[in-house]
Design a protein around this ligand. Sequence first.
Ligand code: PGA
Length: 251
Amino acid sequence: MRIKIAAGNWKMNLTYDEGKQLTEEIVNSEIPADVQVILGVPAIALARTACLAEDNSNVHIAAQNCHHIASGAYTGEISIPMLKSIGINHVIIGHSERRELFNESDEFLKLKVDALLEAGLTPIFCCGEPLNVREDGGQNEYVKAQFENSIFHLSGEQFSQLIIAYEPIWAIGTGVTASPQQAQDMHSYLRSLIEEKYNNDIANGISILYGGSVKPNNAEEIFGQTDVDGGLVGGASLKSETFVPIINSFS
Ligand code: PGA
């Protein structure tokens, strides 16, 4: 059985007090025992938000980024040992906004994945194609290249530590969701790639999340697809009225 995951990505939203209230509402909601909730909160709030969630074993706090070097002259960056020292175990890596707005390359993301696994943290590895690639029907090759360049060098044991998030860029923050069938097709393709590269057990054991305009009114159908194990949710994760129903959208 794969782990069902409802992950939120707050991006650069919410003041500390707003995030505190949201975290408390989520932590105090009834989360199904078999669902893992992961909140990707801004770096400045990680330590205090982690404390708010520490008594609920279903809720984990994730960083939205990290640097791959342990310490040094990298003004403004946050290292993995720093995250580890405040109890953070998950880090979102390679979100399309980091790739596009901050020029993070596949090669750079590979360094981050390696450093996280080395430190025993879980990367939530994001992948996904832009609109023009989808329109040309090149999405499978595009995402395959992202895997080959950043994560297919891992051993099987390392690979099975990852959480994958497929997020077609054209569906992020646009209100346009991939259809449940489009999500299923890509997830099943990715699972077949993983099986080819590693083996059936690893392919069937890894959680692959869908991201891109997941809302309370579409989550159930998307999460109901055979190869979709949950979601990475942006806008709808900023309010408990929308995120709690998403957490409860697994059948
Ligand atoms: P969205 O963002 O749900 O607002 O589309 C998803 C994401 O960027 O992870």
